[in-house]
Design a protein around this ligand. Structure first.
Ligand code: IMP
Length: 186
């Protein structure tokens, strides 16, 4: 694991997630809220965020994946980086979100394709309110004009792993967010 460089430490993450929880609770004005985490990357962020909000909160998960054939490791690297936009649902929420206060929780906002897909899908449930919280934002990579209401950290154009984020399912269990070199354009 020597190739991994820490970009955001576990202490920085914990402090920022605590602040986000406070902000979310303050903005929710004592209304019950349902957090919807996007599998699998947001699972760890969601579990920390939930425990940092002092409010009436429940949670659910939704799953998405990008379409794609089996690729060579080199093609796979490029594919992760250059997401094609062919997003599909792998797991729907377990309940109706109609008239609920929904907070969608995503690990990272990159091109914006996933969030655009999920926003359209979840707004179709006709929630009472809808907000988006992302841990990381890479605005320089955006292909679609979509933004989150709450952003943990804005990061440069680097491929990151840890704290739920993976490369080929690995590294999700790292407590810090690290840059994985050699994953990127070219
Ligand atoms: P988007 O649809 O391009 O905005 O990408 C969102 C998804 O791409 C995230 O939920 C991640 O699963 C994945 N992703 C984008 N950038 C990274 C990264 O730097 N590390 C790990 N996964 C990433």
């Amino acid at each position: 694991m020597s190739e991994l460089k820490i970009l955001i430490s576990r202490d920085q993450i914990a402090a920022r997630v605590g602040e986000m929880g406070k902000q979310l609770a303050a903005d929710s004005a004592n209304q019950p809220v349902i957090f919807v985490g996007v599998l699998k990357g947001a699972a760890i962020f969601l579990s920390d965020l939930l425990r940092s909000v002092q409010m009436d909160a429940t949670f659910d998960f939704i799953g998405v994946a990008s379409y794609g054939a089996l690729l060579s490791p080199d093609q796979a690297r490029r594919r992760v980086w250059d997401s094609t936009g062919e997003v599909r649902l792998t797991k729907d929420v377990d309940q109706s979100l109609r008239d609920k206060n929904v907070i969608l929780v995503e690990d990272i906002l990159d091109t914006g394709l996933t969030l655009t897909f999920l926003k359209r899908l979840l707004l179709g449930h006709q929630p009472k309110s809808f907000r988006v919280a992302v841990l990381l934002d890479k605005p320089s990579r955006r292909k679609l004009a979509v933004e989150a209401d709450y952003v943990g950290f804005t990061i440069p154009d680097e491929f990151v792993v840890g704290y739920g984020l993976d490369f080929d399912e690995r590294y999700r269990n790292l407590p810090d967010i690290c840059v994985l070199p050699n994953v990127g354009p070219g």
